[in-house]
Design a protein around this ligand. Structure first.
Ligand SMILES: *Cc1c(COP(=O)(O)O)cnc(C)c1O
Length: 414
């Protein structure tokens, strides 16, 4: 038998999180997490913190949806709770244009599969009731594609990512919502990458009945906290009618701890599971930060700094194929094509945390979550230029700095 082992204390270094996520957690959020006293999950201030977070979330997301709250865990936890209303045999159309909407599609296929369909290939079921519309990597899902598919298939549910982080593409949420309304379909949206970055209001998109996001991207609250979800009354009615086979991710049951009981806000939540006061304090502070800055100002800052970064990358000979404002997805200059993974690994080994794409084709992804100032963007540009030179590529430093100067001359930095 081997000896029991005790390892040295785990030290995780400071990195520049310049990828698609997780974003750089604000110091105020970390302080709130560390400074929460030990209080149990039914302590009055913890319950109040949950109610206040719920109300701030409704403001941030621009919605009167009563069922707006946080699901403990990561983005997939919120998505799993939202997709729990999809039952075996339900007709669903899924629009997939990258890694994440692809996984959303898999989740939906697992939930919509009948027992027999699941048993055929349990890790990748192909239920007859789910239609997947594949939109090529690097393209957005358009209103026309959604309209045609919903007119054709008339499903109960339609599923799309708002911002597809795999390829860095913004999909047409207005077109999606309109087509859902027209064909009386309930839209379910993966808003993991857009919440806290894009300036949008849920209630402007009445065709969408379920939204799910994450703690670690636009909300900048990684220290494992809450995946926000927002569900319409119609969604809740449908869920109540069909039921679903989960306790912990049952949206109606989970909402009780946030003070949403029997279709009403109540003054105090009731037990669903043991929530962490540390997590509640951190989540509450993260929402305060975003609301204090204002979503519109925050969204404009992303647009501004993404443009500066993109322009500098074009000057290095890269081809940018994304249109998200928190993330740039690019092809390397011609002579370096095929060496994306090597370049990304070099950067990551120096704690400059950029990413490749996680599904084909291989591209490089550089993000600016909570890195909204000139010095942070300049640092990213400088480190990326070094990485290109290291592989033997050429960078015209003067041109790159001129691109940054131009970008930062036009509008005052925040
Ligand atoms: C990051 C991401 C996810 C997964 O979120 P986790 O926090 O890793 O669970 C899902 N969908 C999209 C669009 C994402 O960007």
């Amino acid at each position: 038998m081997s000896q029991p082992q005790i390892f040295p204390k785990l030290i995780i270094p400071e990195t520049i999180a310049a990828g698609p996520g997780p974003g750089n957690t604000d110091q105020r959020v970390l302080a709130a997490f560390a400074q929460a006293g030990l209080a149990d999950h039914m302590h009055a201030d913890v319950l109040r913190g949950m109610i206040e977070s719920k109300l701030m979330l409704r403001t941030l997301w621009g919605t009167d949806n009563l069922y707006t709250f946080g699901v403990a865990g990561t983005g997939w936890s919120g998505l799993d709770a939202m997709f729990s209303a999809v039952m075996p045999g339900d007709k669903v159309v899924v629009f997939a244009n990258g890694t994440f909407s692809g996984i959303d599609g898999l989740t939906v296929r697992m939930k919509a599969a009948t027992s027999d369909e699941l048993a055929v290939d349990s890790l990748n079921p192909m239920p007859a009731s789910v239609v997947t519309i594949d939109v090529p990597h690097g393209s957005s899902v358009s209103a026309e594609v959604v309209e045609a598919a919903l007119a054709d298939h008339k499903p109960k549910w339609a599923v799309m990512a708002h911002w597809e982080t795999g390829s860095g593409r913004i999909n047409d949420i207005a077109g999606f919502s309109a087509a859902c309304e027209k064909h009386d379909v309930m839209g379910l949206v993966d808003a993991v990458s857009s919440l806290g970055v894009a300036d949008f209001r849920i209630d402007d998109f009445p065709g969408v009945h379920g939204w799910a996001s994450c703690p670690q991207k636009g909300i900048c609250c990684l220290p494992l906290t809450y995946a926000p979800v927002s569900l319409s009354d119609r969604y809740i009615e449908s869920l109540k009618a069909t039921g679903t086979r989960t306790f912990v991710h049952h949206p109606i049951l989970e909402a009780r701890h946030w003070g949403i009981v029997n279709g009403e806000d109540v003054e105090q939540g009731s037990y669903h599971r043991t929530h962490s006061p540390y997590a509640i304090a951190a989540f509450h502070e993260a929402l305060r930060i975003t609301l204090q800055q204002g979503l519109s100002a925050r969204s404009k800052a992303y647009e501004f700094h993404e443009k500066a970064l993109s322009n500098a990358l074009w000057e290095m000979g890269c081809t940018v194929t994304s249109n998200m404002t928190s993330l740039v997805v690019l092809d390397l200059p011609g002579e370096l094509r095929g060496r994306e993974i090597e370049l990304v690994q070099n950067c990551r080994s120096r704690n400059f945390g950029i990413w490749p794409t996680l599904s084909e084709p291989v591209q490089v992804r550089i993000g600016i979550l909570n890195l909204l100032d000139r010095s942070a963007v300049t640092d990213i540009v400088t480190k990326f230029a070094e990485a290109i030179r290291e592989l033997g590529g050429e960078v015209d430093e003067a041109k790159v700095s001129a691109a940054l100067d131009t970008a930062y001359a036009s509008v005052p930095t925040n």
